[in-house]
Ligand binder design. Structure first.
Ligand code: G3I
Ligand code: 9MR
Length: 565
């Protein structure tokens, strides 16, 4: 059922941004803020009118204290004694969160031990050396026959599982590189306490580089194609990484993996060029080779099936062993193609890449829809483009405006006053990642139009994530008074530490998979906004992934960098 606590952002608010909390099921007409230390009342306000929110079955009222700007620690009270979780009003409100969201990726590093100096109580042994990865029969090539082995160490585990997938990690890395491209100064001083912190490169680039170096090994040097994933044949049990010792495979090369790889490698080439010119050169060559492969093979999907249950469209499924881990499939690769051509074009300045791309309507991005990532990069680099794309920048901006103005307008009129959580279709697997991807677009629009409504819409997305939601959870482990304790993350479950690894964004409310994971009766509700369960079994609402963190890495850095002290 819905949580009756007044729902505030549990981290806090910037002094000069909008400040909204949502008060459910209450007869009161007024609210007040109390200073946590003194207990004194510092602000009185009038609640808005009752509004029905069908996605949680609640009747809610808005508490708006935007005009209260005094820094401090507070909680919000309504008559009858119920209070919100504590929050702060201050500049730098997302500074620690921003670090935590990136540091989380460090804890998912494969093939290296996490030392106590960096990992504290979450120190652990190295898992998955990945120095003898088997070429799955689906991946065999002339130079690399089936069952021969390659070395492919490092990178991040995708999520709560131990597998490493090219498609989603490309987006994760890209979000971080975009944040750095836009706000390099912000990252000059951000330090994460990772093994590379003492070098001269910003930590966010060190962390991304750990994944990029792995990603380079996923390319077949024989032809430039990129393996779709590196994986155990099936999901492993609830053990620590070093205990999951089943064989590892790289599987079939695919068009989406190869195009996403080309895109992020081309982006990396320009971002790392000043610091690591040799790496930048290899990244660009790798991107160009990948693009060539995809030109020749534009429609190779990865369709996972098994001998007993072949994937639709596969004939004679005969590969051994069957692979049953994350699919990251799809069949329309025009968005991956556009992203790859955009990044190659920006980095090389060659018009032929731009001409090979082309975008249509843009939606909310995610692992399976990367079109907006191409637009983000083109707009970010708009002053350096050649004439052919320069003349399209107004249309690029307009594509984002037409896709995202609906979220702004409908969000302002929705009971929770947020561009996320307006309609039931926004709630599916990884819904919080969807919220973050909306927020990224809002901040790109704010930067390219200067219209503050986009900035405030991004703040509303952050508020949703950090507790202004029907279940009153801060969805980030270790941040906020009520946050997930039992994420579907094998290390966090298997490590004998009470607290989960910090800084992870849980998947979020999703009504569609209850019967498959914990069972419907384990959930409190099947209403979309309430379909979340803080239990290990709930992989469809409480798993974590690198690509649900990364939009918020982008957002928190952008907000911190743009919100003046
Ligand atoms: O977009 C549709 C929506 O229009 C529809 O209303 C809704 C209800 O059917 O479904 C939505 O699609 C869902 C999609 O996620 C949304 O992104 C699919 O049903 C759902 O099956 C799909 O789930 C994916 C899940 O793997 C299962 O394949 C998630 O996107 C994806 O993030 C997740 O990824 C897993 C990896 O496979 C393995 N590693 C962990 C990772 C996170 O759980
Ligand atoms: O742990 C797996 C998780 O990472 C995936 O996102 C999820 C969906 O593909 O599957 C989980 O593994 C479950 C498997 O699908 C079915 N048996 C139970 C596994 C969870 O412990």
């Amino acid at each position: 059922s819905a949580n009756l606590t007044p729902k505030s952002n549990q981290i806090g608010y910037y002094p000069e941004s909008d400040k909204i909390a949502i008060v459910p099921e209450n007869e009161a007409s007024k609210f007040h803020l109390r200073d946590v230390e003194t207990g004194g009342v510092v602000y009185w306000g009038v609640l808005g009118a009752s509004e029905e929110y069908s996605l949680s079955g609640e009747t809610v009222k808005v508490a708006d204290f935007s005009d209260f700007e005094t820094p401090g620690s507070y909680s919000l009270w309504v008559d009858g004694g119920s209070r919100s979780y504590e929050f702060e009003i201050k500049n730098g409100v997302y500074e620690e969160l921003s670090k935590g969201l990136t540091k989380a990726l460090y804890y998912n590093r494969a093939s290296v031990p996490l030392l106590q100096t960096y990992a504290g109580k979450w120190a652990r042994q190295a898992g998955h050396p990945d120095d003898e990865v088997i070429i799955h029969p689906s991946a065999a090539s002339e130079g690399r026959p089936a069952n021969s082995t390659i070395s492919s160490p490092g990178g991040w585990y995708d999520a709560g599982d131990f597998n490493k997938y090219v498609v989603p990690i490309s987006s994760s890395i890209s979000h971080m590189l975009l944040a750095y491209e836009q706000f390099p100064d912000y990252f000059e001083t951000q330090t994460l306490n990772i093994p590379e912190s003492s070098n001269t490169m910003p930590d966010v680039l060190d962390e991304a580089l750990f994944a990029l170096r792995w990603l380079l090994t996923m390319q077949d040097p024989g032809d430039g194609g990129v393996y779709h994933k590196l994986t155990h044949a099936g999901f492993q049990g609830n053990v620590m990484p070093h205990q999951a010792t089943a064989p590892r495979y790289v599987v079939q090369k695919s068009t989406p993996a190869t195009l996403d790889f080309a895109a992020v490698m081309a982006q990396a080439a320009r971002v790392y060029e000043p610091m690591l010119p040799e790496f930048a050169d290899s990244a660009l060559t790798a991107a160009e080779d990948a693009w060539q492969w995809a030109q020749e093979k534009p429609e190779v999907a990865y369709k996972q099936g098994s001998t007993d249950n072949p994937a639709p469209g596969t004939i004679n499924y005969e590969f051994d062993p069957d692979i049953s881990t994350g699919e990251y499939g799809g069949s329309d690769f025009s968005d991956e193609r556009f992203w790859a051509t955009s990044e190659l074009y920006i980095t090389t300045g060659e018009d032929s890449y731009y001409d090979a791309g082309g975008w249509s309507n843009t939606g909310v991005s995610g692992w399976g829809n990367v079109q907006a990532l191409g637009l983000f990069s083109l707009l970010q680099n708009r002053t350096n483009l050649t004439a052919v794309a320069q003349s399209d920048t107004a249309a690029m901006k307009q594509a984002l405006v037409s896709a995202f103005d609906w979220y702004v307008g409908a969000g302002e009129n929705s009971p929770y006053r947020s561009p996320f959580g307006i309609e039931s279709w926004q709630f599916s697997w990884g819904s919080n990642g969807g919220a973050g991807n909306i927020g990224m677009s809002m901040l790109m629009l704010y930067q390219t139009t200067g219209n503050e409504k986009y900035y405030e819409a991004a703040i509303d997305v952050m508020d949703y994530l950090m507790g202004r939601n029907a279940i009153a959870y801060s969805y980030v482990t270790g941040f906020g008074e009520q946050s997930p304790m039992h994420i579907h993350h094998r290390q966090s479950e298997g490590d004998n530490v009470r607290e989960p690894v910090p800084g992870w964004v849980a998947g979020g409310a999703n009504p569609y998979n209850q019967s498959q994971d914990c069972g419907e009766s384990a959930y409190n509700s099947d209403l979309p906004a309430l379909s979340y369960l803080d239990a290990y079994c709930s992989y469809s609402t409480n798993e974590i992934t690198t690509y649900w963190n990364s939009p918020f890495i982008y957002m928190t850095a952008a907000l911190e960098a743009m919100t003046s002290d």
